[in-house]
Every structure is written in C-alpha cells, then in structure tokens.
Write a protein that binds this ligand. Structure first.
Ligand code: SF4
Length: 381
C-alpha cells in the first residue's frame, strides 16, 4: 500500500477508477452497492479540514446516498464475518494439531509479500479472504437473493484506505461463478475527490445510518482498521468459544499502540496463547525469518504492511509517515468500539442470521466456497 508516492501510474488509476464509479452510477441497469472500510471513517474528515481521528461515519453514509448508490453498507459487517471464520480456523488448528502460528490474511500487500518472499510458508496464513472480498461474495449471493436481483447486474464498489486492494480485487481466484467479488476499488482520497466533484458540502451533511443487513457491526470490527485490532477482535471471540465463559474485559492493551512489533501471552483455560502483531513489512520479515528457522513459538500473528495498520494506508489522506496522526486515527476507532453495545463479532445478530439462513456452520462447506481463498508461489521480485 505504500507505492503511491513513487508509482507513476497511480494518478492514472485514480482517474480511471473514479470514472468507472460514475459510469456505474449513471447506468440504470446496474445496482451499485458500496461498502466502506473502518479506517476511512477516522481519516476522510481531514480532506475537509477536520482533525485526524474525527469520526465521520454518519456523514459518509449521507455523502454516499447523495452520490446515488443503491445500497450503502459497511465493510465492518464483513470484518465481523472474517472474525467468525478466522477465529474458527484458529480454534480448529489448536484443537486438531494444525499448523501454527496462524497468520492474518486481510492485507493484500502482505499476502503478495509472503507469496513472493516466503513461498515455503504458504500453508500458515489463514485462508480467509479479506473483509471487503467476503462482503462482495455475500452481496452477490445472499443479498442478491434477498433483493431478488440478478447478481450479474450488481456492481460492488469498495472505498478503502489502501492502494493494494485494487490489485487484490483483480486477482482471478477472488471470484464466484465468473463474477468478481469486488468490481471497483477507490481510495479514501478518491472518495473525497468524488464528493468535491459532485459539489457536496461535506461539512454540513447530516448523519445517516447504513442499510441492513450488511451494514450492522460490532466494536470488534471497527478496530480492524488499526494495528493489533484484527488479533484483538479474534481473541475476543476465540476466548469465549474455547472457555464457554463471558470475556468481561475486552480490551487487550498489550496489542495497542504504534510499536512495529507487539507481543502478548493470553491465558485461555489452561493454555498460554502467544500472539504477536507486526506492522510494516520490515517487521513482518523479522517475524517470518523466526518462524522459518523454528525460533518462533507463537500461536497467532497479525501482520499489516502499513506502519500503524490500515489507518496509515497508502490511499488515506497524506500523513507523510507522521505516526502521531495515525495514532489519533486509532483513537477514533477505539472510541467507536467503546460506544458500541456489542463488542464481539459473534454477537452480531445479522451475522448469526447469515449463518442460520445461508452459510450453515462457520468454517463449513459453504463458508469455504465463498469466504476462503488460497495462495500461490510467485517469482521473487
Ligand atoms: Fe492496505 Fe491496510 Fe495492508 Fe496497508 S495495511 S496495504 S492499507 S490492507
């Protein structure tokens, strides 16, 4: 996600993707469904003179409705879904003597990095697709059924903090029945540009709420946007599934903050679960070298390519490597997490309904078909 400053084609891609979204919105035959990532809501305001970390979730929904999207949903819903699958995979591997550590797989820049650099470790990352890809797969099946529309007429637009998500959406394996999970990705900055192009006065927008059912989310999903958040969310769920007890204190402070590598040991029943969080690919490399040489005793590791996680992503308003800005954005996400009644992904009633009505068991057959992927050895670059 960090190529934007040096990539000569970045400007061109921006123009193309914005015009693709306008074309879809102007096509009467298309049902254009938009989702927005957690990190966008604590940074977009900066494009309109607000402070880093200021939450503009409600204004984002209003802006998207004014732009003419047919449905306005939240990638956070799919982040909860990712936790259902990833925590199931972790528990499955722990109980069945599977490969450990499990590595998170929601960052496409990191996925591409290990495919190129560590092909001998391809079987340890989680097989979960990233949240916005899961969202697309569910929208073109479950939601299309509910809306009684032909999924081929649906266009999924993702608003992401990330430049690498554009490449990810084009991966041929992230499709279902010849349909791409996600059709167009635009960045937070491109979204700001669209708002300006449409002449919307962002600052005076009223707050609005996401549509149902793919717009409901828990606090666990909100913190996906910051380093440490995916692992924290997974632990909230895995803890309750393994112990069958309520986790009272849901904040894992050891996993928070801007350090490039963070570690913790979490006691679950009589097991000590060792976890680590790395952000920045240099830190990821250190951790992978340790795994390769057998020095590592971790059970689960979260890796994000951008320092600070997606809030510091290459598609966000420029922060020029200033981690204080990134840290303020993280605070915004933690604040939203604290404000939620439900803070564990498995408690999301719409997620529970999705499994009951459509997917069946977490980590089961249908979930594998739609929500999981595989990785490939790629030439070194
Ligand atoms: Fe994209 Fe987030 Fe990965 Fe950065 S950390 S490359 S923003 S997914």
């Amino acid at each position: 996600g960090q190529c934007v400053a040096v990539c000569p084609t970045a400007a061109l891609t921006e123009v193309n993707n914005i015009s693709k979204v306008w074309d879809a919105l102007n096509d009467d035959k298309k049902i254009v469904i938009v989702q927005t990532a957690p990190a966008v809501r604590v940074a977009l305001g900066e494009e309109f003179g607000m402070q880093p970390g200021e939450l503009v979730t409600g204004k984002i929904v209003s802006a998207l409705r004014s732009l003419g999207f047919n449905k306005v949903f939240d990638t956070d819903f799919a982040a909860d879904l990712t936790i259902m699958e990833e925590a199931s995979e972790l528990v499955y591997r722990i109980k069945n003597g599977g490969k450990l550590p499990i590595l998170t797989s929601c960052c496409p820049a990191w996925v591409k990095f290990f495919e190129h650099q560590f092909p001998e470790l391809l079987d340890i990352p989680s097989s979960c697709k990233s949240p916005h890809e899961m969202f697309g797969a569910i929208a073109k099946t479950y939601l299309a059924d509910k809306m009684k529309v032909n999924p081929k007429n649906i266009v999924i637009v993702s608003i992401m903090p990330c430049v690498a998500k554009k490449y990810e959406a084009a991966r041929p394996e992230l499709t279902h029945e010849d349909m791409k999970d996600v059709d167009i990705v635009i960045t937070t900055r491109e979204f700001a540009k669209m708002i300006r192009e449409a002449g919307i006065d962002f600052n005076s927008l009223k707050d609005d709420v996401f549509d149902n059912p793919l717009g409901e989310s828990t606090g666990a999903s909100v913190i996906f946007g910051t380093t440490g958040g995916v692992l924290e969310a997974a632990l909230r769920t895995a803890y309750e599934w393994i112990t069958h007890e309520t986790l009272e204190s849901v904040e894992f402070n050891e996993l928070r903050g801007m350090d490039g590598i963070k570690e913790a040991t979490i006691k679950i029943n009589d097991m000590n679960i060792n976890v680590a969080v790395a952000s920045g690919l240099g830190n990821a490399r250190k951790i992978l070298e340790d795994i390769k040489s057998g020095k590592s005793n971790y059970h689960a590791i979260e890796i994000m390519a951008c320092p600070g996680g997606c809030i510091g992503g290459g598609g966000q308003p420029y922060h020029h490597g200033n981690l204080e800005i990134v840290s303020k954005r993280a605070e915004g996400l933690y604040k939203e997490d604290r404000s939620k009644n439900l803070r564990k992904s498995h408690e999301n009633p719409y997620i529970q309904k999705l499994y009951k009505e459509f997917l069946g068991e977490p980590y089961g057959k249908k979930a594998h078909e739609l929500l999981h992927t595989h990785y490939f050895k790629r030439e070194k670059i």
